[in-house]
Design a protein around this ligand. Structure first.
Ligand SMILES: NC(=O)c1ccc[n+]([C@@H]2O[C@H](COP(=O)([O-])OP(=O)(O)OC[C@H]3O[C@@H](n4cnc5c(N)ncnc54)[C@H](O)[C@@H]3O)[C@@H](O)[C@H]2O)c1
Ligand SMILES: O=c1ccn([C@@H]2O[C@H](COP(=O)(O)OP(=O)(O)O[C@H]3O[C@H](CO)[C@@H](O)[C@H](O)[C@H]3O)[C@@H](O)[C@H]2O)c(=O)[nH]1
Length: 430
């Protein structure tokens, strides 16, 4: 099958490379010439394990990249993997994907072949029908529903494990409003369904849009709930991880996403929970539980600072911040919990020295005046305290490095450091 993927970011590049690996002929389309040139050389512009290998195998063969939307005319299906960022009030800004939908319509105008346009981006219920289909119709100069049809196929991959998440999903959600579109979507995923045997969920377009938000809202809520339980555990001197291990044995709860600590960040959970809250409010429903899920998350970095202040007079102190990315395995710092932690330290007059194995340059753009170390031991050397913000594996083996601290106070927000008698160790929820 000939597939076009519009947008070559985290999602677009991953799905383009994986579709090629599944045997499809894929054209990746992006407005950024540098991204396109790199893709044609077999290089990713993002850091994802396994992606470079797939690209170098398929670039120039089953995978090509271009800035020209007209390449869509030779394809059977086009996936829209464009950004859907937040506005100030938390609602989604669909203008980029609307523009992309219009360009796809223009490229298809006057053609005679049947074509399925699939929304891959995360969009609030109603967006595809109320904004994207009209944009395609506007560009194509014809109504959607006959030759051109539209489907919705939300994506559940995680950064840091995007390739394996895409190729080995628990479920594939196929959103469409007619049998022809469902069947065409299913033939795109047929090689993956045969190989990985995921559950296949046939849904309407609106249901597919909502499944994505419900999925992310549920996961973010699960983490906030275990964080709330963890905060209570800390007050009682109980280790929340032992409690999580026990409750995770209940199949109805499940063991995943029960790691309590400094909370959730990244490009998805904060944006998507906010978009769902805003959409609910606009529809006349007050999403009080989701408001609290965010409030608990916002509080966790402050709780870390309060724990630090129990042991260190922070004003004028040298404080090391270990871990800057929002999770290990990525250089992405969007909504990283390290950002409010550094802001809080700077407000309190601390002298901050930060370290991350891959995200330093991204954080330097945000905080140019903070000192950045080349290793965790360099950051710890002479520090009066440290906040551990990301669960990078290397932080589990710091042992001797803490001995270089002026006072070895370690506040762990991710339960990654091994406590020992030579350090003053505080876990956030244990
Ligand atoms: N990042 C994730 O882990 C993830 C997972 C699931 C779903 N999503 C959703 O997928 C969507 C895309 O997210 P992402 O993280 O891949 O975004 P991204 O910002 O990483 O990439 C978007 C790409 O689109 C390109 N682009 C922008 N405007 C364009 C246009 N008019 N035409 C062609 N290309 C254009 C940009 O140059 C960029 O390469 C969002 O809705 C997001 O919520 C993201
Ligand atoms: O038990 C846990 C699990 C995660 N986190 C934090 O939660 C955030 C998000 O982690 P994760 O879900 O692994 O990464 P993302 O790449 O943001 O993936 C989420 O967001 C994507 C974009 O929508 C979805 O596709 C994925 O299914 C969904 O897991 C990170 O800050 C983690 O540190 C915790 O604090 N405790």
């Amino acid at each position: 099958m000939n597939i076009a993927v519009v947008g070559s970011g985290y999602v677009g590049t991953t799905i383009a490379a994986c579709f090629a690996d599944l045997g499809h002929d894929v054209t990746a389309i992006d407005i950024d010439e540098d991204i396109v040139e790199r893709l044609n050389r077999g290089e990713a512009s993002i850091h994802e394990p396994g992606l470079d290998e797939l690209l170098s195998e398929h670039a120039g063969g089953r995978l090509t990249a271009t800035t020209d939307y007209d390449a869509i005319t030779d394809c059977d299906v086009t996936f829209l993997a464009l950004p859907t960022p937040s506005r100030e009030d938390g609602s989604i800004d669909a203008s980029i994907i609307e523009g992309g939908a219009r360009s796809v319509g223009e490229a298809l105008s006057g053609g005679s072949e049947e074509h399925l346009v699939v929304v891959k981006s995360t969009v609030v219920p109603g967006t595809t029908e109320e904004a994207l289909i009209p944009a395609i119709e506007d560009g194509a100069g014809e109504a959607v529903g006959e030759r051109i049809r539209v489907g919705m196929n939300p994506e559940f991959l995680r950064e840091g494990s995007a390739v394996t998440d895409f190729l080995e999903p628990d479920k594939v959600v196929l959103g469409a409003s007619d049998d022809w579109s469902h069947e065409r979507l299913e033939s795109v995923f047929e090689p993956l369904i045969e190989r990985a045997e995921p559950a296949v969920v046939e849904a309407t377009v609106r249901e597919a849009e909502m499944i994505k938000y419900a999925n992310n809202a549920f996961l973010a809520s699960k983490i906030s709930l275990i964080n709330e339980i963890g905060n209570v555990c800390k007050e009682f001197g109980i280790d929340a991880y032992r409690i999580a291990d026990a409750i995770g044995l209940d199949d109805r709860i499940g063991e995943q996403f029960l790691r309590s600590g400094v909370g959730w960040g990244g490009s998805c959970f904060p944006k998507d929970v906010d978009a769902l809250r805003a959409a609910a409010r606009e529809a006349g429903y007050e999403p009080e539980l989701l408001d609290s899920v965010v409030a608990v998350n916002d509080r966790q970095p402050e709780r870390m600072l309060a724990l630090l202040e129990k042991h260190v007079d922070v004003e004028g102190a040298r404080i090391a911040v270990l871990g800057l990315s929002f999770k290990p395995g990525t250089d992405d710092i969007r909504n990283s919990r390290s950002i409010p932690a550094i802001e809080g330290l700077v407000e309190r007059g601390a002298d901050v020295v930060a370290y991350d194995p891959v995200a330093t340059e991204n954080m330097r753009e945000l905080f140019p005046d903070v000192e950045y170390a080349d290793s965790a031991s360099e950051a710890l050397s002479g520090a009066d305290g440290t906040l551990v913000m990301t669960d990078w594996d290397e932080f589990a083996a710091l042992g001797d490095a803490f001995e270089g601290m002026a006072s070895p106070v370690v506040i762990d927000g991710r339960r990654i450091v091994e406590p020992s008698e030579s350090i003053t160790y505080e876990g956030l929820t244990w």
